[in-house]
Design a protein around this ligand. Structure first.
Ligand code: CDP
Length: 252
């Protein structure tokens, strides 16, 4: 069989769900999935793309979906406790994720109904609201199918909070990336220039909401490999994940 690469020029990952499953049209062995979970600023978005590059895999930071839907709710005046209304947005708004076209700190281009929201989804208002918007079962259900639909051969790294526990529990490699909250706040504050104490407070609050929500709480899968990243160079973590993946039969 001919496992042809899939054209990623138009990566619609959510909304208009009639198109959400078109990414799985690949032949050959099933794609190797690496579930990369962990709290904010634990290193997922540094390490994930680097592992993807090394192995020729597709990388999706699922946080951008939750952030984009939170932004959509805020800009449509939808209350963040109105799960049904947010889920409706998640089903109808067209979200696309593309490689970055600008060198302004963005990791990816995120388009919402064709509009570039790559920077807006990182705004403090989204940071403050995203955990509440993400806690609804209906919202998580609406964003689950596009996450699974984004999986493609030869392999895919999905970064998030519940990839190993809920979205792809059958993933052959699950990594739980973590670090102390102080270290994570230092990293985020260095990235954004925000006040360290404010970042630390907001991060503790987000960890708490994400970790204690009733639906798909942030936690390591029982069979996840935990990597504590305090004091580790990104290259060391990348090496470890690539080695783990290969030891489990990953192509690439
Ligand atoms: O970039 P950062 O590490 O700060 O967070 P993110 O990965 O962009 O995720 C933002 C928020 O989205 C998280 O705090 C969760 O509330 C939610 N999220 C989630 O619930 N499930 C995911 N798979 C990814 C993100």
């Amino acid at each position: 069989m001919d496992p042809r690469p899939v054209d990623r020029t138009h990566d619609r990952v959510a909304g208009d769900s009639s198109a959400a499953h078109t990414f799985t049209d690949v032949a050959g062995p099933p794609p190797f999935v690496i579930a990369l979970d962990g709290p904010a600023a634990s290193g997922k978005s540094t390490v994930g793309p680097a592992v993807a590059e090394r192995m020729g895999y597709f990388y999706l930071d699922t946080g951008v979906l939750y952030r984009a839907i939170t932004l959509a709710a805020i800009s449509h005046g939808v209350a963040l406790d109105d799960g049904e209304a947010i889920a409706h947005l998640a089903r109808t708004v067209c979200l696309e994720v593309h490689p970055p076209t600008r060198d302004d700190g963005r990791q990816v281009d995120v388009l919402m109904d064709g509009q570039d929201v790559s920077l807006e989804i990182r705004q403090p208002a989204v940071d403050r609201g995203v955990s509440a918007a993400s806690a609804h079962q209906s919202v998580r259900a609406a964003l689950g199918a596009p996450q699974r639909g984004a999986i493609r051969a030869p392999g895919t790294i999905l970064a998030g909070r519940d990839i190993g526990t809920v979205i792809v529990p059958e993933a052959p490699l699950k990594v739980w990336l973590t670090a102390s909250v102080e270290e994570r706040a230092r990293r985020r504050s260095a990235q954004t220039g925000e006040d360290l104490a404010a970042v630390l407070g907001a991060m503790r609050q987000r960890d708490h909401v994400d970790g204690t929500r009733a639906v798909a709480p942030m936690k390591p899968a029982v069979d996840a490999v935990e990597i504590v990243t305090d004091g580790l160079a990104p290259e060391q973590i990348v090496e470890e994940i690539v080695a783990l993946a290969r030891s489990r039969g990953a192509p690439g």
